[in-house]
Design a binder for this molecule. Structure first.
Ligand code: ADP
Length: 977
């Protein structure tokens, strides 16, 4: 039913019906007007009828009044004689309109009356009676009521019968009968079927026509049962009457001026009669309206069907077809109406939708080709997965649908990761992030995910759409890029080269971090500065011409050995290259410059050049030759002179480029063996130059190793020692002769020494015997001569001992016995030994050697004393009379002990110093008479040498000499030599 009213047709019809409501209202209004007319008619008729009745009733009352006047004048009545009663009967018989005529006493009891009494009763409670008793002398008209004694609907007209004095004697009354108004009297004033009901002011029916007997005394409500509300203007009301037939009742009051309480009249005209015209007209009107209604409905039904419903259905069909995906469907609605415009709009929409759908399909195709898409319900179960999802996860769609994404969980992410994810999307918010998933085969892939929650119309979460992109490769590339970038960064930082970008005018726009290491400047210090700022002024033009200008012309440039200022103020040497960089249009937008610090190389090259020049200028021959084939790679001018071959012809020659002399074959072989085994070798060999000259060469061959320590070349330093060799040969021969002479001398000395010693011992021995023979005591002179023999003997023995020591030293047979001793004590002993000689010569002996009192030295005691005695003896011997001998000693910081013996004697001339310490050299003292043979100092030097020390002399002729022995502190002394 609801659907019916929801249909467009029903609504249209309802609309028509609603549109017709005013018509119905008009019809209803016309009907109501007609009805009112009918009611008014009925009322008017009633009014007229009641006015007629009222007039007649008025007449009746007047008649009664006249009757009462005439009766009251009658003596019979006044005297209340018996005959008076007949008067009443007569009067009643004359007036059909009266129900009764009679007389009551003053108490209201009927004295006599014209009508037979049907009921007992008194008039005392009647209105007319009360009024007349209240003193009305004239006629009173009571109310309409049912008669007390005869039960007829009456109104009583009464008049008192007065005595002579005006007192009330009795009361005359006439009952004017209402039932006189029957159908006859009312005549054809009433339509057929009409009813007339009289009722008093209490609503009690007094009289009705028809059937007065039935309804008399009953309440009016029982006779008239209202159907509707009374007409407000007229009071006409529709009601069922006594016979149950519907009537229009009009109500009116009897217009009786004399009655105290007038009765009311209700006139009921059968509704059918009263409203016959109305119904006819109304019926016709209803028929017309219904006809119009029907026609319109029929038209609406058919018309809307064809003009509206069918096109609308076609449009609905089209819309449904579009909704089902068939965008080609058209409604075919004819042009010219709003619906056709709607159809056009729908068609247009379909066209746009189709285009949109086509575009969407393309997008979707592209989207699905790129993205990995799945959808899950709120429980997380997968409800959709695209091909890409299946492809990358290696799961068939059936394996995926209904499962959760746990299926592809790689276990890489901690549970908090997913709880955060679910927390986000379950609140309806979009989640972005990277996830590592696992394929069916267990391998992993990374996806960049976007999860979009969708809500239904009620705002409840409905679906989660996951859109992912495979970023496994991107991540790998990213990682590789990061590593590469890191490597590049390190490279740029640690590179030897400074890489910079310059504007075409030369300003720095980028400088690599290595700049800080190479030039001391941070890249930011240089960016924006002129590239020439740091270039040495002398090199600016070269840089401009070899780097800058070629780059501006689109050519690469190169410029070696440019000086660039370091931050520390000094210049470094660099090699620079430049290349232009272009934009997409081919315009040169910047210049890339690469600068390499070659200061070290420059220095090395300078050194090499110096070395080259030095080698070339060297007086020695220098040859560099290969190890394998001994091919000469370099030979200097000096070698060219040795070989007697032009310098330019030497490279390529086989080492040594000299012919080997027969006498040096072995030495040459040594050199070759050394080259083969890669060792250093020194040899002096004889060769023949290209011109056949004999040349002695001092050759030093040493290997040259590569960085890998392999021997690749040899370098030979060759000196022409021909002259030296010849000289050495001469010297050798001289030396050999001298050695032979020396050996002969040593032999001779040793032999002579021993030979001298034997007779000397005899001389001394016998002299001692002579001196000490108790049996032949010597006189003074003899004693002196013996003493002289002995002293000379001792001196000669010392001399011989010295000569023997000398021969021992030369023969290498002198032995030392080193021990740690306090030299201070030894010095003191020596001083004691020469004290007599010194005193004899009047010399002062000063011992300042106390500084070495604590000094221990490892020396041969006998030989140390021998040295000291020799020096002290000379200091005494070659001193002047009354001079001074000083012994001093100190230990230097390096631990060396310096023992010095100074005198104030004749001194030694400088030109003779070289002869000191030589055997048998007395420096001119031979003729001085001072004893000696010139061996002492020579022995001293040898002995000090043997003790690891040194002896030096300082002397000023005429002032004195100073001899100093340097001995290592507690140094070991070799036991044998
Ligand atoms: P001798 O004293 O036996 O001549 P020496 O070898 O001791 O031999 O000395 C060599 C020479 O050095 C001496 O002959 C002397 O001329 C010179 N000479 C040595 N000591 C002194 C000295 N203290 N003062 C001057 N001349 C000296």
């Amino acid at each position: 039913m609801k659907r019916v009213f929801e249909s467009l047709r029903s609504r249209l019809i309802a609309l028509i019906l609603v549109a017709m409501l005013p018509m119905l209202t008009i019809a209803w209004f016309i009907g109501a007007q007609l009805y009112h007319h009918a009611v008014d008619d009925a009322y008017r008729e009633t009014k007229i009828l009641v006015q007629g009745i009222s007039l007649q009733q008025e007449e009746h009352i007047n008649t009664a009044r006249e009757l009462l006047f005439s009766l009251s004048a009658s003596p019979l009545i006044i005297e209340r004689r018996q005959e008076a009663c007949s008067v009443f009967k007569d009067a009643l018989a004359k007036h059909a309109i009266f129900a009764n005529v009679g007389m009551t006493d003053v108490e209201g009891n009927a004295i006599c009356m014209g009508a037979p009494k049907t009921h007992e009763g008194s008039f005392s409670d009647r209105l007319w009676f009360r009024q007349i008793r209240q003193g009305h002398d004239e006629i009173v008209v009571g109310d309409y009521h049912l008669g007390v004694l005869i039960k007829e609907p009456v109104v009583i007209v009464a008049k008192p019968v007065k005595g002579r004095h005006g007192e009330h004697l009795a009361y005359l009354f006439v009952s004017v009968d209402l039932s006189w108004f029957d159908r006859n009297n009312l005549g054809n004033k009433l339509p057929k079927g009409a009813e007339v009901i009289f009722y008093d002011h209490n609503g009690v029916i007094l009289h009705s026509e028809p059937e007065p007997e039935i309804w008399r005394g009953k309440p009016i409500g029982a006779a008239i049962r209202r159907i509707g509300a009374p007409d407000p203007a007229t009071g006409v009301t529709e009601a069922y009457a006594m016979d149950g037939i519907s009537r229009l009742f009009s109500f009116a009051k009897l217009e009786s001026s004399s009655a105290s309480e007038n009765a009311f009249v209700a006139v009921g005209i059968p509704t059918d009669t009263a409203l016959a015209q109305v119904r006819r007209t109304g019926g016709l009107a209803v028929l017309v309206v219904l006809g119009v209604f029907g026609g319109m409905l029929l038209f609406a039904w058919v018309g809307t069907g064809r003009l509206v419903i069918a096109p609308v259905r076609a449009l609905i069909y089209q819309a449904n077809a579009h909704a089902a995906g068939d965008l080609a469907q058209r409604s075919g609605v004819a042009d010219g109406t709003e619906l056709s415009e709607l159809a056009h709009a729908l068609d247009g929409m379909a066209v746009k939708l189709a285009a949109h759908e086509h575009e969407l399909r393309l997008h979707l195709h592209a989207f699905n080709a790129h993205a990995i898409v799945s959808a899950a319900d709120t429980a997380g179960n997968i409800v959709y997965a695209n091909d890409k999802f299946c492809e990358i996860s290696q799961y068939a769609r059936e394996e995926v649908i209904g499962k959760t994404h746990q299926l592809i969980n790689s276990g890489f992410h901690p549970p908090e990761f997913f709880s955060t994810l679910w927390g986000t999307i379950s609140q309806g918010e979009i989640w972005h992030g990277n996830i590592r998933n696992r394929r069916k085969d267990g391998s992993y892939y990374w996806v960049a995910s976007t999860i979009v929650p969708f809500v239904d119309d009620n705002g409840q979460l409905e679906r989660y759409f996951s859109i992912r992109t495979d970023i496994t490769r991107a991540l790998a590339i990213d990682e590789a890029l990061q590593k590469s970038e890191e490597r590049f960064r390190l490279l740029a930082k640690n590179a030897l080269d400074v890489i910079s970008l310059h504007d075409p005018d030369g300003r720095y726009s980028y400088v690599s971090p290595s700049c800080e290491r190479v030039l001391g400047y941070a890249p930011a210090d240089l960016t924006g500065h002129d590239g020439y700022e740091l270039v040495h002024p002398d090199d600016v033009e070269r840089v401009r011409g070899m780097l800058h200008q070629p780059a501006l012309l689109g050519e690469p440039g190169e410029c070696g050995y440019v000086r660039v200022r370091h931050r520390n103020g000094g210049y470094i040497w660099v090699d620079a290259t430049a290349a232009p960089t272009r934009d997409e249009a081919g315009n040169i937008v910047s210049i890339q410059v690469s600068v390499r610090d070659v200061t070290g190389r420059k220095a090395a090259e300078d050194t090499l050049r110096l070395h080259d020049r030095a080698i070339a200028a060297s007086g020695s021959g220098i040859v560099i030759f290969r190890r394998g084939d001994l091919g000469i790679e370099y030979a200097n001018a000096a070698y060219s002179d040795i070989v007697e071959l032009p310098e330019a012809d030497l490279p390529g020659q086989r080492w040594p480029a000299l012919a080997e002399a027969a006498g040096s074959l072995g030495a040459w072989q040594f050199l070759r063996d050394a080259v083969i085994s890669g060792e250093e070798m020194h040899a002096v060999v004889e060769g023949l130059s290209r011109h056949g000259r004999n040349v002695w060469c001092d050759v030093f061959v040493s290997p040259v190793r590569s960085e890998g320590r392999a021997i690749t070349h040899f370098v030979a330093a060759i000196s022409d020692v021909t002259d030296q060799v010849i000289m050495e040969a001469v010297l050798m021969r001289a030396k050999e002769a001298a050695e032979q002479a020396s050996q002969a001398k040593s032999k001779f000395l040793s032999h002579v020494g021993h030979e001298l010693r034997t007779p000397l011992n005899s001389i001394v021995g016998f002299a001692q015997l002579l001196e000490s023979d108790p049996y032949a005591p010597l006189n003074e002179e003899q004693h002196e001569r013996i003493e002289h023999i002995l002293r000379s003997g001792w001196e000669l023995r010392e001399l011989i001992d010295d000569v023997l020591d000398l021969s021992r030293i030369e023969a290498g047979r002198l032995e030392l016995k080193p021990e740690d001793v306090n030299v201070f004590d030894l010095v003191r002993e020596c001083l004691e030994m020469i004290a007599a000689q010194a005193t004899e010569k009047g010399l002062e002996v000063v011992n300042l050697s106390g500084e070495c009192a604590q000094q221990m030295a490892r020396v041969d005691v006998k030989r140390f004393k021998q040295v000291m005695l020799n020096l002290l003896s000379n200091a005494v011997k070659y001193n002047r009379e009354g001079g001074r001998v000083t012994v001093s000693c100190h230990v230097s910081d390096d631990g060396v002990m310096h023992m010095a013996v100074s005198d104030t004697g004749i001194g030694i001339p400088p030109e003779k110093r070289d002869e000191l310490f030589q055997y048998f050299s007395r420096l001119g003292a031979e003729n001085s008479g001072i004893p000696g043979i010139g061996v002492g100092l020579a022995l001293c030097r040898h002995l000090v040498d043997l003790m690891g020390g040194n002896i030096t002399v300082e002397s000023v002729p005429g002032q004195g000499s100073r001899f100093e022995i340097e001995l290592p502190g507690t140094c070991c002394v070799p036991e044998t030599v």
